[in-house]
Each structure stands twice: as C-alpha cells, then as structure tokens.
Design a protein around this ligand. Sequence first.
Ligand SMILES: Cc1cc2nc3c(=O)[nH]c(=O)nc-3n(C[C@H](O)[C@H](O)[C@H](O)COP(=O)(O)O)c2cc1C
Length: 202
Amino acid sequence: MARLLYLECSPHAGRSAGAQMLRPILDEFEAKGVRVTTRILSGPTLEPISTHYARAITSPGQPNDNAFAGSEQLIGELEHSDGVLINTPMHNFTVPAALKLWIDYVLRIGRTFVSTPDGKVGLLQDKPVLVLVRSGGACTGDDARQPDFLTPYLRHVLHTIGIGSVQFNYLAGREPPDHMWADARRNVYSFLNLLSSNGASA
Ligand SMILES: Cc1cc2nc3c(=O)[nH]c(=O)nc-3n(C[C@H](O)[C@H](O)[C@H](O)COP(=O)(O)O)c2cc1C
C-alpha cells in the first residue's frame, strides 16, 4: 500500500484553492488504498523554534534530547511516506513561514543529513515529491516580473536530506486560467498513479 504525505502550507489551509482542487483527488486515491497523512502547517500547529531546540540541534552528541520530540514526529511522517505532495503559496518570493518552520524541524544535522568536508549529505531515502506553487503573479517563465527563490530553495532543502526527485507545478495569478488548473490536475493524477502503482508492486 502506497503512503503519501500531504503538506498543506497555505494560511487558508483546507479552504485554499489548491487544497480544494486536491481534496477530492486525494479522497479518490484513499478509496483506492493510498494511505494519506495530511499535515496542515498553517496556524498554531508547530511551535516556533525554542531556545531548547536551538541549543539541542547545535550541541553534538545529544541525539535523544526531548527537545526533538516534535521534530521526530515530522521526520517520521516523511520517512514513513513513499511520496510527498506539497501545496504551498509563494510568500515574498519564497516559501511561507509555516513551511520554513517545518524545514527547520526536519533538517537536522546528524539525523537527516551529515556535514562532510565536501558538503552536506542527506540521510533519508529519495522519494518523489510534487510541489504545487500558488502565487499572485507569474514567478517563472517570460512573464515573471519577480524573482523565484522558492523553487531553488526548496529543491536545495530537499536535496540536503537526500530527496532529489522533485517536480514543481505553478499556478500563477489571482485566478489562474482553466488550462493551468487542468495541467495541475493532470500532474497530480500522474504523480499519484505512479505512487500507487509503485506501492502496489512493493
Ligand atoms: C504574506 C504574503 C506574501 C505574498 N507574496 C507573494 C509574492 O512574493 N509573489 C506572488 O506572486 N504572490 C505573493 N502573494 C500572493 C499569494 O501567493 C497568492 O495570493 C496565492 O494565490 C495564495 O495561495 P493560497 O490561497 O494557496 O494561500 C503573497 C501573499 C501573502 C499573504
């Protein structure tokens, strides 16, 4: 059985346009046997990074520190998934604060990556990730009038922990045209079809 981790990063949570497009598709795949873990990142779900956590993460040799309980939960959700679907808005040219907080709990030296003389090396197993990006204006292509720090940043973050199979789908504009929604829906279907067929053959 395939396991999907779905990260919802919009402050509108389940009411965001992306989430409303995704929900019936996720329900359909759940009915077919895909196990979906939904993690809503907006709102008071994650504590801001505390002094305790910041001290623990930068102190070598304390892997079982209780400061890591929340971090372990999020890393466990990632480890126990076969694929990840991220629905996120662009906020000020990059990821929203809610997703940044998730990143700060999931990128942990000695746990999800190690530092070597040649740079950081990821410790998690690679898995496919699809990122749906909603933005008020175009952020890629010839029409973009703003920089896109979200794509290279999130790609780098995931690569740091060992996840290199990342695809992005952009839904730009206050009301993205129908063809953009159709493309997004098609990408989600092919992503989930592949995930569930991999899960069935595993
Ligand atoms: C705090 C904040 C910052 C934003 N920054 C950008 C931005 O840098 N570029 C952009 O194109 N849209 C920006 N937007 C617009 C959102 O990306 C856009 O409204 C998007 O559709 C929201 O998606 P959601 O409904 O899934 O949250 C910003 C919105 C907010 C609330």
